[in-house]
Every structure is written in C-alpha cells, then in structure tokens.
Design a protein around this ligand. Structure first.
Ligand SMILES: NC(=O)c1ccc[n+]([C@@H]2O[C@H](COP(=O)([O-])OP(=O)(O)OC[C@H]3O[C@@H](n4cnc5c(N)ncnc54)[C@H](OP(=O)(O)O)[C@@H]3O)[C@@H](O)[C@H]2O)c1
Length: 254
C-alpha cells in the first residue's frame, strides 16, 4: 500500500505516523512550505515536495489534509485521473474533489488531534467514498491504523461534525475555563476528574435526558444566586452559567 500526503499539519503528521508504524508506505509529503514537508517526511521515510506538479502519478490514495479553506483551491489544481483522492474534513462535501479525480471520498478522524501528540490512539474514522469500492477501501485503510469505522454521507457527516464541536470542542473549552478558575482560586482541578468521567461514561449507558442534575435542574434559586455572586468577576463563566441554566430549565420544564 502506498499513500501520498498533501499537507503537513496536525492530521497529516499524526495519521502519517500511524500509517508508517503499520508498515504503510508514504511515498511523498507535500507542503507549500518545503521545510514543513521535510520535517514530516524525515519521520516517516518519505520524500518531501513543495510543488503539486511533483506529485507521484500513481498511489493507492492521495490524502488531502489541509485547512478546510485550502481544500477547494488545491483540488482545483489537481488532475489525478482515476487515482483515489480524499480529504479529512468533517464539514466539507466530498463533491469538492469531483473534478480532481473520478474516485474520491472523505476520511475524517472524529477526534481532536494535535501534531505533538504521542500517537493517534483510539479513534473513530468516518469514511465516505464516491463508489462502494472506494468506501470499502477507505474503511479498510482506517482499520489498518486501528480505527473504528463509521459511514456517513455529506449531509449526515456535516451534522455529525456540528455535534462533535458541541460535545467535544465546547466541553473542552469549559474544562479550560474551569481549570483556569481552579488555578486562580488555589483549587486542584484534578479533584473534578471523577465527576467529569462519571458524566461522560454515564451517557453511554442511559439517555442524557435522564442523567441531568444540579441547581438549575432542581429549581434551586438560592444556590444559583450564590453561584452568580461567585462568578461576578468571571465574565465568560458567568455567561455560560446563565445560558446553560436557562437551557436546562427550559428543557426540563414540566
Ligand atoms: N486537527 C484536528 O483535530 C482535526 C480533526 C479532524 C479533522 N481535521 C481536518 O483535517 C484537515 C487538516 O487539519 P489540521 O488540523 O491538520 O490543520 P493544520 O494543522 O492547521 O494544517 C493545515 C495544513 O494545510 C496547509 N495549508 C493551509 N493553507 C494552505 C494553502 N492555501 N495552500 C496549501 N497548503 C495550505 C498547511 O500548510 P503550512 O504548513 O505551509 O501552513 C498545513 O500543512 C482539516 O480539513 C480539518 O478540518 C482536523
């Protein structure tokens, strides 16, 4: 199996290393910035290029892992014939690749990925191909790097991406604000790990509608007033507290 990586950022780096560790050959790494391509290529036994016209004419798949905004312009300058071309974005239609190759698709790792992380780790990859055989190929490729595979077309994947932002990026932002708050108030953030785990684990077993708790859910206005007072110099947390409490009350109103 031989792949070409177009891009050298977070996704190209982490999945590139995952492929390399499984013995999959990465023929080339392209970046508009040669030193970025060289940095990644050196780690995965690959050739670095900075011109799209230098792309090898034959590979089992070309993985376009660039910023969402760059996918269209780069695809517009590719003519890959029938070579399989995929992008890695959750919220970009696969059809953006249709003029670059007759075989195309999406290979979206549904995970927050940073280039400096140790390894890819457990991940679900959402795949979609322009034909059944492309979808099957991409599913196998995902399994080769230990991923769980999910299938979703453009419309479903866009909505899944939106919910991934809500459940992962937004939640992480709350952890970030809470961790800063703990630090400023001389509290150990790790004391919250068990309740964080309980919440995330709990919703796998039962509907989240049945696991809500807390002052807004109980209608405990006294405690909510105290919390609002404690947050009076914390504008970001105060705004979230008000918005979430309102939403919890509206959702659970009988
Ligand atoms: N990171 C995640 O958590 C994650 C998870 C799932 C899916 N994705 C998707 O994966 C894709 C890549 O994300 P990423 O996090 O790897 O991004 P990234 O780390 O910001 O890397 C972006 C890459 O795109 C290149 N690039 C940007 N604009 C370009 C242009 N105009 N022409 C040529 N190259 C350009 C950059 O080149 P330079 O190095 O020269 O700047 C870099 O190699 C995106 O579609 C994203 O939605 C990301």
């Amino acid at each position: 199996m031989e792949l070409v990586l177009i891009g050298s950022g977070n996704i190209a780096t982490v999945i590139g290393k995952a492929f390399f560790e499984r013995g999959i050959i990465i023929k080339q790494v392209y970046s508009r910035n040669l030193s970025h391509a060289q940095q990644l290529a050196a780690q995965i036994g690959s050739d670095a290029i900075d011109q799209l016209r230098q792309l090898a004419p034959k590979a089992d798949a070309y993985i376009l892992a660039v910023s969402d905004q760059a996918i269209g312009p780069i695809a517009a300058s590719l003519k890959l014939g029938d070579q399989l071309l995929v992008h890695t974005a959750g919220s970009v239609s696969k059809e953006i690749l249709a003029n670059a190759s007759s075989n195309y698709g999406v290979f979206w790792p549904m995970k927050m990925i940073r280039k400096d992380q140790e390894s890819l780790g457990a991940v679900q990859i959402v795949v979609d191909g322009s034909s059944n055989s492309n979808t099957a190929f991409l599913s196998n490729l995902a399994r080769l790097i230990g991923a769980q595979v999910a299938l979703a077309g453009d419309a479903q994947r866009e909505k899944l991406h939106l919910m991934a932002v809500v459940t992962s990026n937004f939640t992480n932002h709350l952890y970030h604000l809470a961790s800063d708050y703990c630090e400023r108030n001389n509290l150990d953030f790790s004391l919250l790990y068990s309740i964080i785990d309980q919440t995330a684990t709990g919703i796998k077993a039962v509907d989240p509608a049945t696991t809500q708790a807390g002052p807004a859910f109980r209608g405990d206005l006294g405690t909510m007033e105290k919390h609002l007072e404690l947050l009076k110099h914390e504008p970001a947390l105060l705004a979230f507290y008000r918005a979430f409490s309102k939403s919890i009350q509206e959702k659970n109103r009988v």
